[in-house]
Write a protein that binds this ligand. Structure first.
Ligand code: TA6
Length: 301
């Protein structure tokens, strides 16, 4: 749908408007009482969430591509219907196809708490069916207010059961990877990247001195990013998720990524509510069933 039509249907004077952004992709800009935000319809991807008086909570790479068929590096990429590489066919896109598709705007509403709620939808298409032969209805809901509430709900609209994994692959904007810490995963068990050996985190706080790529399993509790230089803590709660992925590529791996500046790794950390482990934490839906993966992001100083 063209920007003018979207504005005619969904714009709210002074609060919500659609524009054509980088790479000719359509973006939705929100200015609610307590925060501003930008959502790109390509990928259904939240690119910015900035509570008043704060640095942006989300990080987007200065070198990110904004191009059909390529993932946007930053914000909250939606990983669905698989997380990471496809288990059987490595030629299929990493992290699934949801972040490579244009999502439809379903609703834009202002709520009594002076937040703005936006829902976007994605259904099976010729493109998706080639990659994953299932009928589905995915809805991503963003509530932009004093806090940020994000929910990805997937319904099986087909006639046979399917299995999928998903993640809200959130890139948090931080002052410096060397000085932040992450709390909430003490005693949790994790796999290093795609490793098969289960380890336990003994420490209360996770520090980032090198490339970090951990999948914590069977953990449902909130994580807190402590960022002294930005004078804030970011609390990341979640629902419908048993895996938390924590990722920062560190210096060496960043040099191999064309869509990142050489020092890009220094100013973000990914903390990702997920159901992401093939064979352990997949979601199975029978026809008509649905599942919601959610995260609530709050600044606590
Ligand atoms: O969430 C961590 C991870 O799965 C890493 O293995 C790393 O590759 C990252 O996601 C980014 O993936 P992307 O396909 O966006 O480059």
């Amino acid at each position: 749908m063209i920007v003018e039509t979207l504005n005619n249907r969904f714009a709210i004077e002074g609060k919500v408007k659609f524009t054509t952004g980088k790479g000719n992709l359509t973006s939705l800009h929100i200015n609610s009482k307590y925060a501003s935000a930008e959502i790109c319809l390509y990928g259904g991807q939240l690119l910015s969430y900035q509570p008043s008086g704060q640095q942006d909570v989300l990080w987007v790479s200065e070198r990110s591509l904004f191009e059909n068929g390529k993932a946007i590096r930053g914000g909250i990429p939606l990983c669905f219907p698989w997380f990471g590489p496809h288990t059987e066919d490595k030629s299929k896109p990493q992290h699934g196809f949801a972040r490579l598709q244009h999502w439809d705007v379903l609703t834009v509403m202002e709520s009594a708490e002076e937040a703005v709620t936006v829902t976007l939808g994605l259904k099976e298409s010729g493109f998706s069916l080639q990659l994953w032969p299932h009928a589905f209805n995915a809805v991503i809901e963003f509530v932009i207010g004093k806090t940020l509430d994000v929910k990805l709900t997937v319904t099986n609209t087909g006639s046979k059961p399917f299995e999928y994994s998903d993640a809200l692959h959130t890139y948090f904007n931080i002052s410096s990877i060397a000085s932040i810490t992450l709390q909430g995963l003490q005693n949790a068990t994790f796999y290093d990247a795609f490793g098969t050996k289960l380890k336990t985190q003994d420490d209360l706080l996770l520090h980032f001195n090198t490339e970090t790529n951990r999948r914590y399993v069977n953990t449902a509790i909130a994580c807190i990013i402590h960022d002294e230089a930005y004078n804030r803590n970011i609390k990341v709660s979640k629902t419908g998720s048993r895996v938390t992925v924590v990722w920062n590529p560190g210096e060496a791996a960043t040099q191999t990524m064309a869509d990142m500046l050489p020092d890009g790794y220094k100013t973000f950390v990914c903390v990702e509510p997920a159901n992401a482990y093939a064979g352990i934490d997949m979601i199975t839906l029978k026809p008509g069933e649905m599942h919601t993966l959610g995260t609530l992001i709050e600044i606590t100083t």
